[in-house]
Design a protein around this ligand. Structure first.
Ligand SMILES: [Zn+2]
Ligand SMILES: [Zn+2]
Length: 395
């Protein structure tokens, strides 16, 4: 029996073959026909006049998060239908949940949240040969147009028509991937065989940190400071270590996240709420070659810049809105200030590194809650005294 997603294409193909086609929306009836009637050339096909329903997580306004039914889409040529398995709650999802947006970006219509997702292939559309039903995939939310001036320069994350899941930057908003079923392009799917569904859903934040690491240039033997130990800070520590950093120091204001930083490979940690902070690293114009700024907090950036050595590189990952920077220090120390935003091909690199055991994200997944407890999951995800990455289980 053919399932809903492939019906359109299958029907035209069968008609061309002069087969007898039985159309129905009743799946169990069709299954019965296919199992019990051996008429040569007769094939029962489910049609999609009444599409199946699934649940999705929709943000309407700050603190107004709802679980709603939506119709399941159909996988067209080159596409796959994915039964979603895990979805990580990101800082941006939390901004929509807590404040209805961030910076100049605000919700103007209800939007399905989510962009850190994994799932299993449920059906493949025409022309998809490299993905099999049942296979676990990490689904990249990066959907550049492939045809604008930046796509033509292979700067895909700067695409002028980017359709990144769960983003209120454009209007209409780009609906997200916190849903039980998702139709994606096959090229978005990184086979994640051997990983858990939770690990596969970490591919997105990991890709952000790998992209920043690429922006940093060579890290072998370098001294690295990481400010902010949420998921992005911690994954940055892993990425820097993997790239050959010699000394990694992490700062935060939560003992819980700092203990995670130690656990996953930081050499030293400093809780900035007590003691001298980074004072010991400001002698002789500063110590660090590379800064991964993952807090988005002005006071953290200022303190870190004091601890940067001349000609160091500041990677700004934290999205805390506009802030005042100490331009005199940046100028006099000849620091490089490098923005880091999203990723593209690094998504597949991240999945590969995890599959080979070269990066282990498991310690970062602190909570997994069922879809029905989505609101609770969002409340926990923002609590840095107990949560690093909270994920939702969709099935
Ligand atoms: Zn994210
Ligand atoms: Zn483009």
């Amino acid at each position: 029996m053919e399932y809903v997603g492939a019906a359109h294409h299958k029907i035209s193909q069968l008609v061309n073959e002069n087969a007898i086609v039985l159309l129905s929306t009743n799946l169990s009836f069709l299954a019965y026909v296919n199992d019990n009637i051996e008429t040569q050339g007769a094939i029962a096909v489910a049609v999609d006049t009444e599409r199946a329903l699934m649940k999705s997580i929709v943000i309407h306004a700050a603190k107004d998060l709802r679980i709603e039914d939506q119709e399941v889409d159909i996988a067209g040529p080159g596409e796959v239908l994915v039964d979603m398995a895990a979805g990580g709650i990101c800082g941006s999802d939390l901004h929509y949940y807590n404040h209805g947006g961030f910076g100049t970006i605000t919700l103007k219509e209800p939007m399905v949240l989510g962009h850190e997702v994994s799932g299993r292939i449920a059906a493949v559309g025409d022309g998809v040969t490299d993905l099999q039903p049942g296979q676990l995939v990490a689904v990249s939310p990066s959907r550049p147009c492939g045809d604008c001036r930046y796509c033509n320069e292979a700067a895909f994350n700067q695409c002028l028509n980017m359709r990144f899941y769960g983003s209120a930057m454009p209007f209409p908003h780009i609906q997200g991937a916190f849903r039980q079923q998702l139709v994606a392009h096959a090229a978005q799917c990184a086979p994640a065989d051997g990983l858990s569904v939770g690990e596969a859903a970490m591919a997105e934040p990991l890709a952000v940190c790998l992209h920043a690491t690429r922006r940093a240039g060579p890290l072998l033997g370098k001294s690295v400071l990481v400010t902010g130990c949420g998921p992005i800070g911690l994954l940055s520590i892993m990425a820097a270590r993997r790239a050959g950093a010699d000394f990694v120091l992490a700062t935060d204001i939560s003992d819980f996240t700092l203990s995670k930083a130690k656990e996953i490979g930081a050499d030293e940690t400093i809780n900035m709420t007590s003691g001298d902070g980074l004072a010991a690293f400001t002698r002789d114009k500063g110590h660090f070659d590379i800064l991964y700024e993952c807090s988005g907090v002005e006071i953290a950036v200022r303190g870190a810049i004091e601890a940067m050595r001349p000609r160091g590189i500041v990677l700004q990952l934290g999205l805390g809105g506009d802030m005042k920077l100490p331009m005199m220090a940046i100028t006099a120390k000849e620091l490089d200030l490098r923005g880091c935003f999203r990723f593209h091909e690094e998504f597949f690199t991240g999945v590969s590194l995890m599959q080979k055991g070269l990066i282990d994200v498991k310690p970062l997944i602190t909570h997994t809650l069922p879809l029905s407890d989505a609101v609770q999951a969002f409340d926990i995800a923002g609590d840095r005294s107990q949560a690093i990455k909270a994920q939702i289980a969709f099935q």
